[in-house]
Design a protein around this ligand. Structure first.
Ligand code: UDP
Length: 243
C-alpha cells in the first residue's frame, strides 16, 4: 500500500531512498509496465497547468520527490515528506542491486551517442546489464521500430531521459506496448552518467542548492528555473487559503 502526500493535486510517494529501492525490487516482480516519475519543483509547476501531465503522474506506480523544492512544499503544507529522493541517486541505487539475476536495462534518450557513452561508462556493474540504448531525438516513424527493439531484448527497466513532460507523455502513451517491468523518467541523467555534464557537488545537493549550481553552469536555464519560486509561492498561497 503506497503512502502518498498530495501536493498541488499530485500524489507524491513518501519514501526514503531505501524504501524506494525496496519498491523497485517489488515492481520488478510485477508482470505489467510500471511507470516511475521523478518530479522536481519545475515539473510540479508544469503539471499544475498541464492536465495531461498531472493525470499521468497520478496514474504512475511511483512518484518520487526529485527536488528539495518538492520536500519544502510538503513541509509548508504540513505533511512533510521523509526525504528528497533524487532520480539520479535512485538510478545509482538500482546500479548497486544484486538480485538473483542481472537486471536488463535499456537507455532511451539524450543526444546521439550520449546513452551509448553512459552505458559504456557503467559497463562493469555486477547486477545490471545494459542491453540497448537509443537517443531521444527519434521521429514518429522510427518509434514502432524502437519499441519492437526494446520488446525483443526482454528489458526489465527502461530509463527514459527525454526531459519533462516529453518523457512522461511518451512513457504513458506507450505503456501497454512496452513489455518491460519498469519505465522510469530520468531527465538529463544520461548526460551526467556519460560525463557530459557534472552533477552539483555534495555541498550544493545537501543544502538544497543544486538548482543554484545548475543555474551558474547553464544560465540559459533561468526562465525554466523561475518556476521553482513560483511553485513555492503557489504552495504558500494554497496553504493560506485552505488553512
Ligand atoms: N532530450 C531528448 N529528446 C528531446 C529533448 C530532450 O532526449 O526531444 C534529452 C536531452 O538531451 C537531455 C534531457 O532530455 O539529456 C533533458 O535534460 P534536462 O536537463 O532538461 O532534464 P532535467 O534533468 O532537468 O529533467
Amino acid at each position: 500500500m503506497r503512502k502518498c502526500v498530495r501536493i498541488l493535486d499530485v500524489n507524491v510517494d513518501d519514501l526514503t531512498m531505501d524504501g524506494a529501492i525496496d519498491s523497485i525490487v517489488k515492481l520488478l516482480k510485477d508482470d505489467k509496465n510500471n511507470i516511475i516519475c521523478t518530479p522536481n519543483a519545475e515539473i510540479m509547476m508544469t503539471s499544475y497547468k498541464d492536465d495531461e501531465l498531472r493525470f499521468i503522474l497520478n496514474e504512475s506506480s511511483m512518484v518520487i520527490p526529485d527536488g528539495c523544492g518538492v520536500v519544502l512544499a510538503s513541509k509548508i503544507l504540513g505533511v512533510p515528506l521523509k526525504e528528497r529522493v533524487a532520480g539520479y541517486d535512485l538510478v545509482q541505487g538500482i546500479f548497486k542491486l544484486k538480485l538473483d539475476r542481472k537486471i536488463r536495462m535499456f537507455l532511451l534518450g539524450g543526444a546521439p551517442l550520449v546513452a551509448k557513452r553512459a552505458a559504456e561508462r557503467y559497463a562493469n556493474l555486477e547486477g545490471v546489464e545494459f542491453v540497448g540504448y537509443y537517443d531521444g531525438y527519434f521521429t514518429e516513424e522510427e518509434e514502432p521500430g524502437i519499441i519492437d527493439r526494446i520488446n525483443e531484448l526482454d528489458v526489465d527497466i527502461l530509463l527514459v531521459g527525454m526531459g519533462a513532460p516529453k518523457q512522461e507523455k511518451w512513457m504513458y502513451k506507450n505503456k501497454d506496448k512496452l513489455k518491460v517491468k519498469i519505465s522510469m523518467g530520468v531527465g538529463g541523467s544520461f548526460d551526467i552518467m556519460a560525463g557530459e555534464v557534472k552533477r552539483a557537488p555534495k555541498f550544493f545537493r545537501d543544502n538544497g542548492l543544486e538548482w543554484f549550481y545548475r543555474l551558474c553552469k547553464q544560465p540559459t536555464r533561468l526562465k525554466r528555473m523561475l518556476k521553482l519560486p513560483r511553485f513555492i509561492l503557489l504552495v504558500i498561497y494554497k496553504r493560506l487559503v485552505n488553512g
